[in-house]
Design a protein around this ligand. Structure first.
Ligand code: AHR
Length: 502
């Protein structure tokens, strides 16, 4: 009962794009307010940004940061979010039935990214729900044009002399979802996305544009939606988006642990659809995938609140503040493995979201910031998952799941860095038994195990909380060895593993 695979530098999947480690800041609950931004907090800088959060964001290794939504963007009026703070209007946010104060806006977002550091880059969404081509162009002119026009001079007058240089833009959000303000059919959205893309490229031809794909693989319109939208936009966009959230259904943890089976099939199906449209259009161009919302999300809990009528236009209410367990971290790690295993076509991905809202980082207003269990797999994957993904085909014992049939107990990938070192990322889905692992290393001059870091716990429900913020952290495994080109390890039951080889 051993899981095995072979790695060989001659067999690769593709180069990891740093944007695979993106995240997402939406005006939702406390992601922005009392999350990244809290004037008056003991750690706040002169702009009101929480420096304790900034430090954790850097440690997390986040790259592209999608903004300002999410569902929020479909009612977003960008001009409300710029200029003197005291003059910014308060607005109803229909998506989350909250009140938006606009104290944090476009300029503050760019300031936040610049303070995170050079690895952070903007990924801005335009509103194609209640708005259209004209407003997208005005926002682009305000953000990116150097000066000498009405909108660019307004930015300069607002104190931002340098253009924001936003290269990557999302053309709306989840426009296939009936919950979306300004929801559209695939035909309606495809046309609007195409016209918006065409016009935005008239200002800057080299933008990178993301068309909305489906909100999940389970949508009734899935695949047909992608096909119709791409038929309209194929030559005008670079990416199609995918969104997926996972939670245990009816307490079925075994299926939950195999969530990546769904994620990988979703990716394969979108790739097939993109390439089918490309073939139909006789195009040589490939559309890549932007998995710009993914996570574990206890969405059924949220729907119960949503349907209770309890939300009453509060400002920065506590919404979607899921507290993640060890089990969640293992599933989350497996989702990261799924993304890496498809690095040839998934070149952008955004963990939804960054702070407080289904997030790896939590904060208390006026109080501390801390790492959720999911923080660690993300930080490790961002740090060590850079380079070339090796083609890993596991030979693993399996287990039965209700949703996905027989699933491998081992889920794994391996990434070879530019300096030749290799990191194996692996999950053992077995809830009770350790899983022996053997990896044959072909053509790799590796001789030692640098570390074998693990997230696992006798209590799979253990979580980090305000009262016990370091209850769950990675620990080192013992007994992992590399001899004569063969790695041997034992993966603890229900565990996330990072094995670094040099
Ligand atoms: O990330 C939370 C929400 O999930 C986003 O606003 C929306 O795009 C998705 O449905």
């Amino acid at each position: 009962r051993t899981a095995r695979f072979t790695i060989d530098p001659a067999f690769t999947v593709g180069e990891v794009d740093p944007r695979l480690f993106g995240s997402f800041v939406e005006h939702l609950g406390r992601c922005v307010y009392t999350g990244v931004f809290e004037p008056g907090h003991p750690s706040a800088d002169e702009a009101g940004l929480r420096t304790d959060v900034l430090e954790l964001v850097r440690e997390l290794g986040v790259t592209a940061v999608r903004y300002p939504g999410g569902n929020f963007v479909s009612g977003y009026r960008w001009e409300d979010s710029v200029g003197p703070v005291d003059e910014r209007p308060r607005r109803l946010d229909l998506a989350w039935r909250s009140t938006e104060s606009n104290r944090f806006g476009l300029s503050e977002y760019i300031d936040f990214l610049r303070k995170v550091g050079p690895q952070a880059e903007p990924m801005m969404a335009v509103n194609l729900g209640t708005r259209g081509v004209a407003e997208a162009l005005e926002l682009q002119e305000y953000a990116n044009h150097p000066s000498g026009t009405a909108r660019s001079d307004l930015r300069v007058a607002h104190g931002d002399k340098d253009p924001f240089g936003i290269k990557m833009w999302c053309l709306g959000n989840e426009m296939d979802g009936p919950w979306q303000t300004g929801h559209k059919t695939a035909e309606e959205y495809g046309r609007l996305a195409a016209e918006t893309a065409r016009a935005m490229r008239q200002i800057e031809p080299d933008l990178e544009l993301v068309a909305c794909g489906s909100s999940s693989q389970g949508m009734e319109t899935f695949a047909e939606w992608e096909s119709t939208v791409l038929q309209e936009t194929y030559d005008l966009v670079d990416y199609i988006s995918l969104h997926a959230y996972y939670e245990p259904q009816d307490g079925d943890i075994d299926s939950f642990l195999a969530s990546a089976v769904d994620m990988e099939s979703f990716i394969d199906n979108v790739v097939a659809t993109c390439d089918h449209v490309g073939a139909r259009l006789k195009s040589k161009k490939k559309i890549n995938l932007s998995f710009d919302e993914w996570n574990v999300w206890y969405m059924s809990g949220w729907h119960a609140i949503e349907n209770s009528g309890a939300r009453d236009w509060a400002e920065a209410p506590r919404l979607l503040e899921d507290v993640y367990s060890v089990t969640d971290a293992v599933v989350f790690g497996s989702l990261l493995i799924a993304l890496l295993r498809h690095a040839d076509r998934v070149t952008v991905a955004c963990l939804a979201q960054l702070v407080n809202v289904i997030a790896p980082i939590m904060t208390e207003p006026g109080g501390p910031a801390w790492r959720q269990t999911t923080f660690f797999p993300f930080a490790q994957a961002s740090r060590y998952g850079r380079g070339e993904v090796l083609d890993v085909r596991v030979d693993s014992p399996t287990y039965g799941t209700k949703r996905y049939g027989e699933a491998d107990l081992l889920h794994a990938t391996a990434v070879r860095a530019d300096d030749g070192t290799v990191t194996v990322f692996a999950v053992n889905r077995d809830r009770t038994q350790p899983l022996p692992l053997e990896v044959v290393l072909n053509g790799l001059a590796l001789t030692s195990v640098v570390e074998h870091s693990v997230i696992a716990d006798a209590d799979p429900d253990a979580r980090n909380t305000l009262d016990d913020p370091e209850r769950v952290t990675p620990h080192q495994a013992t007994g992992t060895a590399l001899r004569d080109g063969r790695l041997t390890a034992v993966l603890e039951p229900l565990s996330w593993n990072v094995i670094r080889l040099a």
